[in-house]
Design a protein around this ligand. Structure first.
Ligand code: AMP
Ligand code: MG
Length: 414
C-alpha cells in the first residue's frame, strides 16, 4: 500500500481560504429548466429581468387621499373629494384626475391619479360629505412610489448566480416566470466507512452502531442545493474501499466519513493516495473535526474533488459546514458565501484549552437587544443529542483560555 501523503495541517483560516480558492476554479453544472417552486435552494443560470416597469404605475403606499402637495402645505386644508380609486382599478377609474383644491380617495396599491403628487394618510384626515380636511401638510412624492422607481423594464432584478429563496421566487412570480433556468443540483456521493457501521434498516449487533453520518450528510447536501447519492457502507478494508471510492468519484463531489484519523484501520487517505489523489490539506487545527482531508482525484479524464470528513458525527456536521459548502456552492453555480458569523453574549463563563479553533454546539437566543449564547453540554464530538439541541456553533479562537459571562463571542448559526 502506498504511504499516505505528507501531513498538511492548516489553521482554520488557511483551510477555509484554500477551499474558497479551489472553489473559485470550479465550473458550475449545466443549466436546466425547473418549475418555479422546485428551483428554491438552487442557483439561477439566467438573469431575472423586469418585463415592465416596477411599479408599473405610480403606486399609493397608504390608504388616504391623493392630492396636489402644493395644496396641502398648512394644517386644516379643506379639499373637495372628486372620486375614489381602489387597487386594481381599471384605467377608466384611474383616469380620474385631481385638480387644484381637489382630492381623490385612494387605497394602498392603487394607481395615483393624474394631477396628484402625494397621498395624505387617512389617519390625518376628516371627511364629511364631499369635503376632506387634512390635519397636516405633505411633501411632493410622499406615500407614492413612482413608476419604474424599483426597476425599469429590461433591468436585471436578480442576476444569474443568485440562490433562489423566497424573495427571488417573489420576483420571478412578479415578472411572470413559472419556470426558471437553474444549475442542475451537483451530485454528491456519500460514502461512510467503518466496520462498526450497519445500515439503518438492519439491526445492529451489540458492538455495532447505525450509520447516521450518511444521512446527516445527505440532509446537509440536499439542503445546500446538492443531490446526495448514498453509497453502501465501506468496511475498513483497502480493496472494498477502493472499489466504492471509484464509484463515488463519478459524482461531481465525493464525501467520505470516517477512517481519516490516525488509527490502524483509518485507510481513507492511503486508498485515495493509491488512486493518485492530490491532497490540499490533511488536517485543520479545529475541534471537532481536526483530521478533515481535502483533495482531488484525476481519473479517466475527469477531476473530482473529495473531502474525507472525520467519522465522529458532530465532526462530520461541522466540517461540512466549514469546508464543503463553498465547493458545493461553486459546483451549483453560486459564488462561495462568507461564513455568516455573528456575535452574542456568553450566558455562562467557560474555560478551554488553547491551540485549536473550536466550534462547539450551542444555542443562540436572548432578545434582539441582547443576543445570548450558551454552550450545549456534550459528551464530545460523538454526541448526537448535543448537535440536535444546538442551533449554532460557538466559535472559540485558538489563543484564549478563559471567557467571562457577558463577553461578546462569535457564533456561527446552522
Ligand atoms: P473514525 O473517524 O472512523 O475514527 O470514527 C470516529 C467515531 O465516529 C467512531 O466512534 C465511529 O464509530 C463513529 N462513526 C464513524 N462513522 C460513522 C457513521 N457513519 N455514523 C455514525 N457514527 C460514525
Ligand atoms: Mg472508522
Amino acid at each position: 500500500m502506498t504511504v499516505a501523503t505528507q501531513h498538511k495541517l492548516l489553521s482554520f483560516a488557511e483551510a477555509r481560504h484554500a477551499v474558497e480558492e479551489y472553489a473559485g476554479t470550479l465550473a458550475a453544472t449545466d443549466p436546466e429548466l425547473t418549475n418555479l417552486l422546485d428551483g428554491v435552494g438552487l442557483v439561477l443560470a439566467e438573469d431575472l429581468t423586469a418585463d415592465r416597469d416596477f411599479p408599473p404605475f405610480p403606486r399609493a403606499t397608504r390608504d388616504g387621499y391623493a392630492v396636489r402637495a402644493a395644496d396641502v402645505q398648512s394644517v386644516l386644508t379643506q379639499l373637495h373629494n372628486v372620486g375614489s380609486i381602489k387597487a386594481g382599478a381599471s384605467t377608466a377609474d384611474s383616469s380620474v384626475s385631481v385638480g387644484t383644491g381637489e382630492c381623490v380617495e385612494i387605497m394602498t396599491g392603487a394607481p395615483v391619479p393624474i394631477g396628484a403628487d402625494a397621498v395624505v394618510m387617512v389617519e390625518y384626515t376628516q371627511s364629511s360629505d364631499d369635503t376632506v380636511t387634512a390635519n397636516r401638510g405633505v411633501q411632493p412624492g410622499e406615500n407614492i412610489v413612482s413608476a419604474g422607481a424599483e426597476a425599469r423594464r429590461g433591468n436585471v432584478m436578480v442576476p444569474r448566480g443568485s440562490r433562489v429563496h423566497h424573495a427571488v421566487v417573489a420576483i420571478a412570480a412578479a415578472v411572470g416566470r413559472p419556470e426558471l433556468a437553474v444549475h442542475r443540483r451537483p451530485r454528491v456521493a456519500v460514502l461512510a466507512t467503518g466496520d462498526e457501521l450497519v445500515d439503518i434498516n438492519l439491526p445492529p449487533g451489540p458492538n455495532e452502531i447505525r450509520n447516521s453520518n450518511s444521512y446527516s450528510l445527505a440532509a446537509q447536501v440536499n439542503n445546500a442545493g446538492g443531490e446526495a447519492m448514498l453509497l453502501p457502507v465501506a468496511r475498513d478494508e483497502a480493496d472494498e474501499l477502493a472499489l466504492l471510492l471509484g464509484k463515488g468519484l463519478s459524482a461531481d463531489l465525493l464525501l467520505l466519513t470516517g477512517g481519516v484519523s490516525m488509527g490502524k484501520y483509518d485507510l481513507v487517505e492511503e486508498v485515495l493516495a493509491s488512486l493518485g489523489a492530490e491532497f490540499f490539506f490533511t488536517g485543520v487545527a479545529i475541534q471537532p473535526g481536526k483530521p478533515v482531508v481535502f483533495g482531488q482525484v484525476k481519473l479517466d479524464g475527469r477531476t473530482t474533488p473529495f473531502f474525507g470528513l472525520p467519522g465522529n458525527p458532530v465532526s462530520t456536521m461541522v466540517t461540512f459546514q466549514l469546508f464543503v459548502r463553498p465547493v458545493l456552492d461553486a459546483l451549483g453555480g453560486s459564488k462561495p458565501e462568507p461564513l455568516p458569523f455573528a456575535q452574542a453574549k456568553l450566558k455562562e463563563p467557560f474555560t478551554t484549552k488553547t491551540g485549536l479553533t473550536r466550534f462547539l454546539p450551542a444555542r443562540l437566543g436572548g432578545t434582539h437587544e441582547n443576543p445570548e449564547v450558551e454552550v450545549v453540554r456534550w459528551q464530545g464530538s460523538g454526541d448526537l443529542m448535543a448537535a440536535a439541541k444546538a442551533n449554532c456553533y460557538l466559535v472559540v479562537p485558538p489563543d484564549r483560555e478563559k471567557f467571562e459571562q457577558g463577553e461578546a463571542i462569535s457564533v456561527l448559526p446552522f
